[in-house]
Design a protein. Structure first.
Lengths: 187, 331
């Protein structure tokens, strides 16, 4: 009976995944070398608005505030902002498939690219893009030694991505791979 | 045990009847949101006249037109893509949607790179977004080849605007994408140029890329069918996505069936003129632009209904067996 119910639930709730076209590869090593920063952190909040608060900009962005638990590459303040194309304002939604998606409370590892030379008056947190969009974000689930990092490629069309690229691996393994790239880069 | 088998049989049969094998996926207004669709099947498009310096402009324009014509040629759908010509006004080189504004569905190449000097240091767009529109530059990172930005009514899924941007900019540290329009040799669907070769070979084929992106602009997401235009992976030099696979055809015909109303998850779209949406957008359906009718073959709602029916039958049988009095549990 339980198995039958589980089968039914799986069939009913299995939703098809929902594009930007990117050039690969998107393996951990290439992401780590290309990124300005690699952060393991937690999403504090996420909110969408027209760029600059102006509907005449035509573009909606989602600002994701991230609290780094640790910086695997680079360093920075206690909070940073990740700017993601797309979002929703009142009755209007804007879809930019391939953008990384974040949920408040989500634990993530993100490969970040600094958005140009910013002037940061006061205590404004630095603003980043996600390197290679959704391919540069891993979601972390589970704790301690069992923590695993998972990447969702749903919205991305990739030219030149390799079949051997890992989308699900232990968090410790992900960190080790990033660390190996950084050590190699310092030699 | 017999009842278990028969109920599972009901579920399997109903599911099989409702869902022919298919893999296409419709874009949605976020997780759990309505699927995206154009109220009128298809959409107009404007090509920015600057095109790409990689190929003669006329061949780039033809490639874009052929991309939309490919989708318009699907017999079981009824899509039209009115070509509104070339735009020569730099002020039109803007992506996105302005509520109440004069919006066009634009196809353009960006040749400047926002990360390589096109944006002054400290400009607010670096922290707020929109550098691409403000400085006419590519603002999506050096690895991204093409992006479709779709704006829609959040509650109904009705699309207002779809723009396709192609990255022809020179990144600071890497090589830029070379767009091509030449045909592969007959019988080949992939023909990566080697060395200085430019004839009968491809790098990033315009028609291959735009046909895929145009699929997004009409409401299709990625499929799991590897030979389909809407498949998410492609090698450089590929041209096979110029032609639609049956899965792409099934997808577009599920949304825009010929002679029938546009559908959303199997239900006919019900458009109700209810004035502007609250952010100042155009008239949109308040009564549920994506109203669901009973499931139809090939629809995900149809699948849901079928599975739910089968499972319901199974559970009802089990419940009746345990509680012969119409399933009322003992008090």
């Amino acid at each position: 009976m339980r198995a039958t119910l589980a089968l039914c639930a799986a069939l009913i709730f299995a939703a098809p995944a929902s594009a930007a076209t990117l050039r690969g590869p998107a393996d951990i090593a290439s992401l780590a070398s290309a990124a300005d920063a690699v952060v393991h952190g937690k999403v504090v909040r996420a909110g969408s608005d027209w760029a600059g608060g102006d509907p005449h900009s035509g573009q909606i962005y989602t600002r994701v505030t991230l609290r780094p638990l640790s910086w695997w590459k680079g360093s920075g303040p206690a909070e940073i902002v990740v700017l993601v194309a797309g979002g929703a304002v009142a009755g209007i939604g804007q879809l930019v498939p391939g953008s990384a998606r974040f949920e408040p409370g989500e634990e993530v590892v993100v490969f970040l690219r600094r958005r140009g030379p910013q002037s940061l008056p006061g205590k404004e947190p630095p603003v980043f893009d996600v390197e290679r969009w959704a391919l540069g974000k891993f979601s972390v689930a589970g704790g301690g030694a069992r923590a695993r990092a998972t990447r969702d490629r749903a919205g991305v069309a990739c030219v030149g991505c390799g079949a051997s690229e890992e989308d699900r691996l232990p968090l410790a393994e992900l960190r080790a791979q990033v660390g190996a790239v950084l050590r190699k880069g310092r030699k | 045990m017999g009842s278990l088998r028969s109920a599972l049989g009901v579920a399997a049969l109903a599911s099989a009847l409702a869902v022919p094998a298919r893999a296409f996926t419709r874009s949605t207004a976020g997780p759990g949101g309505p699927c995206l669709f154009w109220a009128q099947p298809g959409h107009s498009f404007v090509i920015d006249a600057s095109a790409t310096p990689d190929v003669p402009p006329a061949s780039a324009f033809d490639a874009v037109r052929r991309s939309f014509a490919t989708w318009a040629g699907v017999q079981c759908a009824h899509l039209t893509f009115p070509d509104q010509g070339l735009s020569t006004d730099p002020a039109n080189r803007k992506i996105g949607y302005v509520p109440g504004g004069n919006n066009i569905n634009l196809v353009l190449w960006r040749t400047a790179n926002c990360s390589s000097g096109a944006v002054p240091a400290g400009d607010p767009c670096l922290t707020e977004g929109n550098c691409g529109n403000k400085y006419d530059c590519w603002d999506h990172g050096d690895s991204v080849i093409a992006v479709t930005t779709t704006t829609f009514n959040r509650s109904t899924g009705q699309i207002f605007d779809a723009d396709i941007e192609l990255n022809d900019s020179n990144p600071s540290g890497g090589s830029h994408f070379i767009f091509t329009t030449a045909d592969c040799p007959a019988g080949s669907s992939t023909c990566l140029c080697s060395g200085a070769q430019t004839d009968a070979c491809a790098h990033y084929d315009v028609q291959n890329t735009v046909t895929h992106e145009a699929g997004h602009s009409i409401g299709l997401d990625h499929t799991t069918v590897q030979d389909a235009t809407m498949y998410a992976f492609a090698p450089e030099g590929e041209e096979s996505k110029r032609a639609l696979h049956q899965d792409d055809i099934d997808g577009v015909c599920a949304i825009y069936p010929d002679g029938e109303p546009t559908t959303c998850d199997g239900g006919a779209v019900v458009l109700v003129d209810a004035g502007p949406v609250d952010a100042g957008g155009p008239a949109a359906s308040s009564g549920g632009g994506c109203a669901s009718a009973p499931g139809t073959p090939g629809s995900s709602d149809g699948a849901l209904v079928a599975v739910a029916l089968g499972c319901g039958a199974l559970l009802a049988r089990r419940r009746r067996r345990r509680h012969p009095l119409g399933g009322v549990p003992p008090g």
